[in-house]
Design a binder for this molecule. Sequence first.
Ligand SMILES: CC(C)(COP(=O)(O)OP(=O)(O)OC[C@H]1O[C@@H](n2cnc3c(N)ncnc32)[C@H](O)[C@@H]1OP(=O)(O)O)[C@@H](O)C(=O)NCCC(=O)NCCS
Length: 220
Amino acid sequence: MTTTATTRFAPGSTAVRRDVTAALQLRWPRSPASPEPASTPAPGSSMTTGPNWLHPHWPTELSTSRLLLRPVETRDSELLRTLWTDPEVRRFLGGPVPTDRLAQRLTDAASQRGHFTVVLVQDGRGAGRVTLDRDQRAAGRAEVSYEFLPAYAGRGFAAEAVGAVLDWGAQAVPDHQLIAVTQAANTRSRRLLDRLGLLASERFAEYGQDQVLYTTGPSR
Ligand SMILES: CC(C)(COP(=O)(O)OP(=O)(O)OC[C@H]1O[C@@H](n2cnc3c(N)ncnc32)[C@H](O)[C@@H]1OP(=O)(O)O)[C@@H](O)C(=O)NCCC(=O)NCCS
């Protein structure tokens, strides 16, 4: 069942439609009976989302026990700049975003539907981002991508956030198959997807790298 509410959304007191599912809030953290949660990237280029992408489910906020996922805002520039220039974060994402492309990416960031900033409820700090875009490789597929600051690694934040976006995406775009694509060498990302119950379904070469395509399995 979907609970829909309207809330005030800082900054600027803009009214934003909130589309948080009761099921989602109950499911995080998952009950022991539920499958245990468990990645290259959309290297460089931003996805074309199309005029109707995620309509009428955007903008949306998602809540988990430790995290708030809210649409990217202009105040996230510093977080995004760090994520996009940190060699560790970008290791399997084609490397740091070149300086000449960075400014445009930052300018465009807040207008991308399906792009969430992940904020820690505890202190309001931004820890990373999770995105849901149409997969440009094939019609009827939506791709989840994610990047977190190394300072927040190894605490289950990524699993919690990506799991929430997958749960929401299944309801927001039920006519799309949810997928993730990660470099085969990106073991942390692959472990995350395994934990979330996704299945490694296909291997292919892209951007000169061996890639694994994960699909949502029967457990999600
Ligand atoms: C991919 C990426 C998000 C994975 O991050 P991560 O820190 O491994 O994932 P999580 O935040 O879910 O943390 C999982 C770890 O926290 C541990 N953990 C600790 N407390 C936990 C909790 N309360 N709940 C769940 N797990 C917890 C888990 O056991 C797991 O440990 P392990 O790595 O030893 O198996 C991160 O490496 C990253 O941002 N990489 C750069 C960007 C990238 O490559 N993205 C993929 C492109 S699509």
